[in-house]
Design a protein around this ligand. Structure first.
Ligand code: ZN
Ligand code: ZN
Length: 416
């Protein structure tokens, strides 16, 4: 690990980071309610000498300026989930029904650790480091809230944006990939209209139950008949609601859909196909009113820039050893991080950090029990191992930034 020798001073700050992590874990806060978390982050950043501002309510941005050079933005999300913790850990949540079950507390502690490394060793790099703490990732509201509050005009424009997520695979390993690493996720409420009537007089009705049933069946052909085999897409009808009683034909039906895609063009084609099918079926049924489409809980695609991913992957492999960095397949989960680099119009890299003690993970792989034995994100049993996960995640944030900010790095030379 001789690429950035100063990073070994991490040993001296890890106790502070462990305390920080346990404190955040004990005091989780739901999306858009991260007040205590934001205050702790503000205090730490100010203590490290950064210019700090609130952006988007409970969002916090600290800027570390250190001479000429590239600008790197690194992001951590800060919110917790409505989950009742069942880990039995000594530092378990003290808030009933709320838990850091997705590891965002680890993201915060790691990013603050990277800030401290860079703040304490200004001689080792030059440029600008923007540490961004984003609220409300879990409901896809936080990145947009920061953008709506003027983020793009209030912080230096980055050359690249970086983010990471802890995942339940072997600690000490890091997954990276160019292109899609998380899916775009969209929820959609469709309301179709019929004409209500007595259940004994169907000839006076336009039956929205039959209409909704036809729509549900035909929607199945979007993936099976309209999407190229091998391309990833999910169209799920998660709810179909109409009517109250056996002898009343209702006047409307509501469908709730969930879509997942790894490709923006395909996502748009699928949305257009859904609307075409629904309108077509409504016309076929003689529906008296146009259907309504209401998109909600929309997560953008997370697709890594090829060059940014190559730069970060090379730096991580140089630091941790090539065997520690593996090419990840995309996860079907979703994230709102990419809204931030997209708002600036800049490339980004997003990677995954393992949190399960390596021997334990290997044993679960060997016995084929990973899905039953290793609690995943959002589980009440999700419990990242602080050591060595926190150190690895801190080093990963610092090393990825230094690929751009350290004077000797090829990426920094190029950007100069
Ligand atoms: Zn989550
Ligand atoms: Zn998460």
């Amino acid at each position: 690990m001789s690429d950035h020798p100063f990073l070994d001073t991490l040993d001296g700050q890890l106790d502070w980071q462990r305390e920080l992590y346990r404190d955040l874990h004990r005091h989780p806060e739901l999306s858009l309610q991260e007040d205590r978390t934001a205050q702790r982050i503000e205090a730490e950043l100010a203590g490290l000498g950064l210019a700090v501002q609130r952006v988007g309510g409970t969002g916090v941005v600290g800027v570390l300026e250190n001479g000429t050079g590239p600008t790197v933005l690194a992001r951590a999300d800060t919110d917790a989930l409505p989950v009742t913790e069942d880990t039995g850990l000594e530092y378990s949540s003290t808030v009933p029904g709320v838990m850091h079950a997705c590891g965002h507390d680890m993201h915060v502690a790691a990013l603050l650790g990277a800030v401290k490394l860079l703040a304490d060793h200004r001689e080792a790099w030059s440029g600008t480091y923007v540490a961004l703490f984003q609220p409300a990732e879990e409901n896809a509201a936080g990145a947009q809230a920061m953008i709506d509050d003027g983020l793009v005009d209030r912080v230096p424009r980055p050359d690249v944006a970086l983010a990471q997520h802890v995942m339940p695979f072997a600690a000490g390993t890091i997954g990276t990939a160019a292109g899609p690493v998380l899916s775009a996720g969209d929820s959609l409420r469709i309301t179709v209209h019929g004409r209500g009537a007595h259940g004994s007089m169907p000839h006076n009705a336009v039956d929205p139950v039959v209409l909704a049933a036809s729509i549900v069946l035909r929607l199945q052909t979007i993936v099976s008949r309209e999407t190229q085999p091998g391309q990833f897409a999910v169209v799920t009808v998660g709810a179909s609601n109409a009517g109250t009683k056996s002898n009343i034909i209702p006047d409307r039906a509501e469908l709730l859909l969930n879509l997942r895609t790894y490709d923006t063009a395909l996502r748009e084609r699928i949305m257009a196909a859904i609307e075409r099918i629904v309108r077509g079926e409504c016309a076929a049924a003689g529906s008296p009113r146009e259907p309504e489409f209401d998109y909600y809980d929309q997560f953008p695609l997370t697709a890594n820039d090829e060059d940014a991913n190559a730069t970060v992957t090379r730096a991580l492999a140089a630091h941790f050893g090539a065997e520690a960095v593996f090419p990840t397949t995309p996860y079907t989960a979703s994230e709102d991080f990419s809204r931030i680099p997209d708002a600036f119009g800049v490339p980004y890299a997003y990677w995954f950090v393992g949190t399960v003690p390596a021997e334990r993970y290997r044993a679960a792989v060997d016995s084929g029990t990973v899905s039953s034995e290793i609690p995943a994100n959002h589980s009440p049993f999700f419990a990242p191992a602080i050591d060595p996960s926190l150190e690895i995640a801190t080093r990963a944030q610092a090393v990825a930034a230094l690929a751009y900010l350290a004077p000797s790095s090829p990426a920094a030379e190029e950007a100069r």
